[in-house]
Structure formats: structure tokens, C-alpha cells
Write a protein that binds this ligand. Structure first.
Ligand code: CP
Ligand code: NVA
Length: 311
């Protein structure tokens, strides 16, 4: 039985550094076709927020494995009419084999996991986006050969992406610098959690988890420059007032010039060109954004294969 069979992925701290490494290696083998596991199991998707990549890559991954997918839009199930999470989770566990959930509160996701007998996957909450980071790390590893000792600079909002990047980089022995304006920095308890992981997981020596408002200093010499939208889903009403605050954090050619000459630019997408990232960087030679998006498919297939115990 694989180490992750039957487990949940609610946040990256559900994985040990070794389990994360194994998942990334599995994702690489699935991408090349070296491994072709098959199943007839069923994945349920409960998405309370919009999604292109996560919805489609999870669905395609499950179909490619020979399995089935049910898109359980909350508006067409009793979830949207207020059936309790605890009841929904127990009933769905009798029909399905794995659930991927995109919702607002991490506590709601945790409640699904508490009552479900099947693996529950975080497909994005306000707090975390662990599946995205699996694809990001796969992309970085493919580019540089390994992860430990590399530096990732994240520029922008201290949001779900910043939180999960801190944890994923710390688990991988990478240095991570979050550059965000005062008032928009990541939650201190998650920074502390990542710093503790960095001290334990990194070998040899501790990696660094740093939060700053100085974006130029953060990007200096970095191997990966990462950004995300300035207003996340659920924050649309703040979008205009955030623009001037975040403008200095735009990932553009001048900022990329401060990074390592071999640096790559990543973005989880969807992007707002001309806001958090310039058109030139997005479409330029340092962008690995389209490979990164493709890797959602392979990384999540690796996750499904592991949670379902197919390898
Ligand atoms: N990056 C990401 O999760 O994209 P979607 O919102 O389209 O799923
Ligand atoms: N921070 C963004 C990520 C989208 C994939 C959001 O939550 O909307």
C-alpha cells in the first residue's frame, strides 16, 4: 500500500518532504508515459468558485486513468440548498472514491474531510492551493534538475498562493521570499509554520523563508519569479483600490533583470496582463507558464494515483 493511499490533501503540510519528492517523481514518470496506471474509480468535483485549469486537468487526468468524473456543481445538488457538509460527505463517500473540493473557507474543506471516508483534495480555498504548487515544483524541477537550494521570489498579494508556495518551497529545501505590500502580507502563523518546516526539511542546512515589502531585494538573484492576481476570487470589489498599492510589484522585464540570468517566470493563471505581469514577461523567453499549466494534469494525476493506491 502506498504511503498516501486513503489520505487527504488539505494543505501541503499533509505531506512529508519525502512524500512530496515521491509525488513529483511520479508526476514526471506519468508525463513521459513511463508509467500508465489504470482504474475504474470515480472522482467527484465540488467547486463553489470558478475554475478552468483545476477542473479540466483533474477531469482529464481521471479520464486518462480510465476512471470517471462527476461534476457536482453545488447549484445542482442539495449542497447549494444548505444540506449540511457532514451529511453530504458521508453520502458521497458511499458512491465515490475521491473528492476534489474548491471552496472559500478551509474549515469547510476540513469538515468534508472529517466526515468523508474517501480522500478529500483541496482544489483551492481562500487559504491554500496545494495542487497548484505540485505543478509549480514539477516545472521548477524539470527546469533546474533539482529543487533544494534554489530561490523563489513571489511578488504580489500574500494570498492562498503565497501561503502554499511558502510551505511547498520549505518542504523542498528551497529558499522563498515573499514580496508583498504592508497590509497584504501572508498570515504570520503560516510564515512561522513554513520557517519551522524549512529548518527541519532542508538538508543540508536550513532554507530561508522571508517576507518583505522590498520587491527588488526579493527578486535579486532569484531562480524563479512568481506572481498571481492582485485580487483573488471573492475580492473582486477590492480590485480597483488594490491597483495602486500593488503596481510596484508588477513582474516586468526590469524586475526580471534583477533575477538570476537563467531565471524563469511563473504564474498560476488566470493572469491580468499589464497588472501583476507584463505581456513581455508572460510571452517572453523566460516564461514557463504554459508548461506550468500543463503540469497541473501530470501532478494531479500523480496525486490521484497515490491517494487511490494505484502504484
Ligand atoms: N490556477 C488555477 O487553479 O486555475 P483555475 O482557477 O482555472 O483552476
Ligand atoms: N489567488 C487566486 C488563485 C487562482 C488560481 C484566487 O484565489 O483567485
Amino acid at each position: 500500500m502506498g504511503a498516501l493511499q486513503g489520505k487527504d490533501l488539505l494543505t501541503l503540510t499533509d505531506l512529508t518532504a519525502e512524500q512530496l519528492r515521491d509525488l513529483l517523481d511520479l508526476a514526471a514518470d506519468l508525463k513521459t508515459g513511463k508509467l500508465k496506471p489504470q482504474t475504474n474509480k470515480t472522482l467527484g468535483l465540488i467547486f463553489s468558485k470558478a475554475s478552468t485549469r483545476t477542473r479540466v486537468s483533474f477531469s482529464a487526468a481521471m479520464y486518462q486513468l480510465g476512471g470517471n468524473v462527476l461534476d457536482l456543481n453545488p447549484n445542482v445538488t442539495q449542497v447549494g440548498r444548505g444540506e449540511p457538509i457532514a451529511d453530504t460527505a458521508r453520502v458521497l463517500s458511499r458512491y465515490l472514491d475521491v473528492l476534489a473540493i474548491r471552496t472559500f473557507k478551509q474549515a469547510d474543506l476540513a469538515e468534508y474531510a472529517q466526515y468523508a471516508d474517501i480522500p478529500v483534495i483541496n482544489a483551492l480555498t481562500d487559504s491554500y492551493h496545494p495542487c497548484q504548487i505540485l505543478a509549480d515544483l514539477q516545472t521548477i524541477q524539470a527546469e533546474f534538475g533539482s529543487l533544494a537550494g534554489l530561490t523563489l521570489a513571489y511578488c504580489g498579494d500574500g494570498n492562498n498562493m503565497a501561503h502554499s508556495l511558502m510551505l511547498g518551497c520549505a518542504l523542498s529545501g528551497m529558499h522563498v521570499r515573499i514580496a508583498a505590500p504592508e497590509g497584504y502580507q501572508p498570515l504570520p502563523e503560516i510564515v512561522t509554520q513554513a520557517q519551522k518546516i524549512a529548518q527541519v526539511a532542508a538538508s543540508p542546512g536550513a532554507s530561508e523563508v522571508l517576507v518583505t515589502s522590498d520587491v527588488q531585494a526579493a527578486v535579486q538573484g532569484a531562480h524563479v519569479v512568481y506572481t498571481d492576481v492582485w485580487a483573488s476570487m471573492g475580492q473582486e470589489s477590492e480590485a480597483d483600490s488594490r491597483l495602486p498599492v500593488f503596481q510596484p510589484y508588477q513582474v516586468n522585464e526590469a524586475l526580471m533583470d534583477l533575477a538570476d540570468p537563467e531565471a524563469i517566470a511563473l504564474h498560476c493563471l488566470p493572469a491580468h496582463r499589464g497588472e501583476e505581469i507584463s505581456e513581455a514577461v508572460m510571452e517572453g523567453s523566460q516564461s514557463r507558464i504554459w508548461d506550468q499549466a500543463e503540469n497541473r494534469l501530470h501532478a494531479q494525476k500523480a496525486l490521484l494515483v497515490s491517494l487511490l493506491g494505484l502504484v
